[in-house]
Design a binder for this molecule. Structure first.
Ligand SMILES: Nc1ncnc2c1ncn2[C@@H]1O[C@H](COP(=O)(O)OP(=O)(O)OP(=O)(O)O)[C@@H](O)[C@H]1O
Ligand SMILES: [Mg+2]
Length: 270
């Protein structure tokens, strides 16, 4: 039986490393014998496929608009590791008619239910579709960097997800740092603000070194987790994957799958 845990990967500020973490965490979980699918849900600036040098002819929009079957948009990058691409611009999911929103649920969900982990690479910030996707998943990873703007923007995202969606559990990954100490300090700053003003504690999932191999892998359009598996960034991401696996192993209370309709309905209520 598949675990069927969906995780959205989001941030306040843009360019903090979400897409790279989604892709390489997908590879890490796959190396830990999990069946994984990574969905590019950045409907504004899609680039998951670019990190892999792929030019898919069909993407998530074709299913959302009803032109393709879900199976047709799956791209297998390894056995038991698939991606679903998106395309930049055009479609804002919340502009679709309500029956199409239900179709998303009905059409994508049966396919997604066969995976252990469903990773959603989201756009930055507080766009309506980003928040709806974030509320739709079993868990959420907020990617932060030590920059003050990243911390304040992350706080804003957490505040909205708590106040408008009642969400209280957030995993934090600190990216592009030079030491564990720096990572913990950034985490503590954000956590202190959340505890004081929102009454919630964040969960520290891990940190990733600033590592030149990340941009090298991007330029070569290869995932560093596979091609630079000895790099600092790859070993950090593997640690995060292992911790995630441990935390989700016996947690029966985790909501299964991806309930997009639930997220969209909540958006409408607010
Ligand atoms: N750990 C790291 N070490 C060095 N550079 C990094 C690291 N993580 C990310 N980067 C750099 O940051 C850039 C942005 O990364 P990425 O595209 O994954 O961010 P993003 O949060 O998905 O951006 P967007 O908000 O635009 O979707 C990359 O091109 C890369 O050069
Ligand atoms: Mg991105």
């Amino acid at each position: 039986m598949s675990k069927n845990i969906s995780i959205s990967i989001l941030s306040g500020k843009g360019g903090v490393g979400k897409t790279n973490i989604a892709l390489n965490l997908g590879y890490a979980l796959h190396s830990l014998e999990q069946k994984v699918v990574i969905l590019d849900c950045d409907l504004g600036l899609a680039n998951l496929n670019i990190l892999l040098g792929l030019e898919p002819s069909k993407n998530i929009q074709d299913v959302l608009l009803g032109d393709s079957q879900p199976e047709e948009i799956l791209i297998s990058v390894e056995k038991n590791l698939d991606i679903i691409a998106s395309t930049s611009g055009v479609l804002e999911i919340l502009d679709l008619e309500e029956d199409i929103q239900f179709m998303v649920e009905e059409r994508l969900q049966p396919l997604l239910s066969t995976y252990d982990f469903i990773l959603l690479d989201l756009g930055a910030g507080i766009g309506a579709s980003t928040l709806a996707f974030a509320a739709a998943t079993s868990l959420r990873i907020i990617v932060i960097t030590p920059e003050p703007t990243s911390l304040t923007d992350s706080y804003a995202v957490i505040k909205i997800l708590k106040n408008n969606y009642g969400l209280k559990n957030f995993f934090i990954v600190v990216n592009s740092v030079s030491s564990e100490q720096e990572a913990k300090l950034s985490f503590q700053r954000l956590n202190t603000a959340c505890e004081k003003f929102l009454g919630l504690s964040l969960l520290y999932l891990g940190w990733v070194h600033y590592d030149e191999n990340v941009s090298r892998a991007i330029r070569e359009q290869k995932p560093f987790q596979k091609f630079y598996s000895d790099s600092l960034a790859a070993s950090d991401i593997l640690k995060i994957g292992k911790k995630l696996l441990r935390l989700t192993e016996n947690a029966n209370s985790i909501k299964k799958g991806l309930s997009l309709v639930e997220g969209i309905n909540k958006t409408k209520e607010t």
